[in-house]
Design a protein around this ligand. Sequence first.
Ligand code: SAH
Ligand code: DHB
Ligand code: MG
Length: 224
Amino acid sequence: MSQETWTAVDAYIEAEVIPSDPVLTDALRDSQAAELPAIQVSPAQGKLLYVLARSINARSILELGTLGGYSAIWLARALPADGKLISLELSPKHAQVAAANIARAGLSDKVEIRVGDAVELLTRLGDAGTPPFDLVFIDADKANLALYFQRVLTLTHPGSLIVTDNVVRHGEVINPVSEDASVQGVRRFFDAAAREEAAGRVSTTTLQTVGSKGYDGFALSVVL
Ligand code: SAH
Ligand code: DHB
Ligand code: MG
């Protein structure tokens, strides 16, 4: 099995069940034109986020890491008319590109982008007593994953779903001496998830994935 096969199968899945969509292709085109890194979720993964959000009837969603708004569009499309998505983004440039993409998608009423360091913005969300989120997608920097997971837990309710991206890292996650700060961040995330599991606060599993984005994975956690 090779990257070539994984990419071809993703193309097949897209051709079968992910109708081509100008809003999403335009978002990718403008993200590329603005030289944003092409690290957004794949179409099939974006649709996974949509399917999950619809499955739990999510009305309030929190995202960490907006980039050009690609995953935000998938998530926001799953919301009911009065639903809300708050997305946190460090880079003003990324946030600007995302805001334009989200406006073209007709989702500006539902999506609020907050610019700043997610660590700080999460603290402010907690202080503001923002109502708990039904779904959280953690997809910002990986070095802070464990901290994000802990903070996000305080912003959820029993039954909330936390989806954490990029937790397998080509299998490097099992290398305890990895010198990659992202890998070490993911390992601390799993340690935090294990502690929360033992404390009975959350139940977590992980799905390894292959596809056009290579070999990686999503952690799925339900708050108990
Ligand atoms: N969720 C997006 C991809 C996000 S890429 C999608 O799938 O479409 C990761 C994003 O996290 C980048 O835009 C990066 O600028 C942002 N980021 C990195 N460190 C951050 C931090 N400390 N706080 C908030 N955002 C951060
Ligand atoms: C990277 C970040 C992501 O969120 C992702 O999905 C893939 C790669 C990165 O920082 O390399
Ligand atoms: Mg990611």
